[in-house]
Design a protein around this ligand. Structure first.
Ligand code: A2P
Length: 335
């Protein structure tokens, strides 16, 4: 008898969906049957899984009959429409969008940090925002050792965080620059090549963007510190893959640089990459393709006796999206 699970990937043609297929292969997730979905535009195309062409299907309730785990990375509006329907069909949904993250009935899970939260799911488990995941990975061991009091985080976010259209915009603009042509933005609000855009997601009336408020609210939910003060700034940078975050973390108990290095080195999913004398520190080109988040540039805050500055970089298509989602599914399968 065939073993393994019937797995669906919704958004299979997108940046996160494609990475999900690669991670399912790499981690040898027990897939008995794979069903791939995207928009109606993609019906007729195929995606590749374990060297086989898998047809892309249209999302409709009958297509989910028998599915046990569905990975959803098709955007928030689609998740709101599809996830309840997929759950009704009998599957557990691991959703990568913003649709359910702050719903008190939906666990928001980073498996290294709050695996216990997944146990209370009612059919949907949310995967946090990519910048939030990379930021909370080093915050967790600091919190366990010295209780976090305040976090200031400034992100440098890659184009692929905006999906295949974001990647394409940066690629086309870079090619246009090389040809001496005008760099026209099609996806981002402005030219991204050779530029920085301090605007990701919509502005709220208080001047913060949606992306910044995700970082605040999701960090509190994952770390289970509902009143943690978090000061966010999120910036799109002309990098293809990997989000980098400059973090200042204040704790109740002082944590020395040496202790922080030990804590980071011991935490699963983190790699300490901090040899400044050797010019060794995390950078997107070092971390691209890795599942760990890399942390370095660890310094005492010169302006505060109980705060540290550090720099963390994560591949947001992997740990920031697909790897985290597959790890959640592994947790659910293990029970
Ligand atoms: P498609 O390629 O057919 O547009 P990304 O985040 O990289 O932009 O990818 C978004 C993913 O979500 C793609 O696979 C895209 O499919 C899919 N998608 C977009 N709209 C829908 C929809 N209405 N129903 C199902 N999948 C969708």
């Amino acid at each position: 008898m065939a073993t393994g699970l019937c797995v669906a990937v919704v958004g299979a043609t997108g940046a996160a969906g494609q990475t999900t297929l690669r991670i399912l292969e790499e981690r040898k997730f027990p897939v008995r049957e794979l069903r791939c979905f995207a928009s109606e535009r993609s019906v007729g195309k195929t995606v590749t899984f374990l060297d086989e062409a898998v047809p892309v299907r249209k999302v409709e309730p009958e297509a989910f009959r028998g599915v046990e785990i569905a990975f959803c990375s098709a955007g928030s509006a689609q998740a709101k429409e599809y996830a309840p329907m997929i759950v009704r069909a009998g599957a557990i949904v691991v959703d990568k969008s913003n649709a359910f993250r702050m719903d008190p009935n939906v666990p928001l899970v980073v498996p290294e940090i709050n695996p216990h939260a997944a146990r209370g799911h009612q059919g949907i488990v949310a995967c946090p925002n990519c910048t939030t995941i990379v930021t909370v990975m080093p915050l967790k061991p600091l919190h366990d050792a010295g209780r976090l009091r305040r976090v200031v985080a400034t992100s440098f976010q890659a184009a692929s965080g905006a999906g295949v259209n974001g990647l394409d915009d940066l690629r086309q603009q870079s090619l246009a620059w090389a040809r001496g042509e005008a760099m026209v933005p099609h996806h981002f609000q402005h030219q991204l090549a050779f530029n920085l855009i301090p605007h990701i997601d919509k502005f709220g009336s208080d001047g913060y963007t949606g992306e910044e408020m995700k970082l605040v609210n999701e960090t509190r939910k994952i770390l289970e510190i509902p009143d943690l003060p978090v000061a966010p700034t999120t910036v799109r940078v002309p990098v293809f893959t990997c989000h980098s975050i400059a973090v200042n973390a204040e704790t109740d108990q002082k944590i020395s640089v040496a202790r922080a290095r030990e804590l980071f080195a011991a935490f699963p999913g983190l790699t300490l990459w901090d040899e400044p004398a050797e010019n060794r520190y995390p950078m997107p080109i070092v971390v691209e393709g890795q599942d760990d988040c890399y942390v370095g540039r660890i310094r005492e805050d010169l302006s505060h006796p109980r705060a540290l500055n550090f720099w963390v970089v994560g591949d947001q298509l992997r740990k920031g999206a697909a790897t985290n989602a597959v790890q959640i599914a592994e947790l659910l399968v293990r029970g």
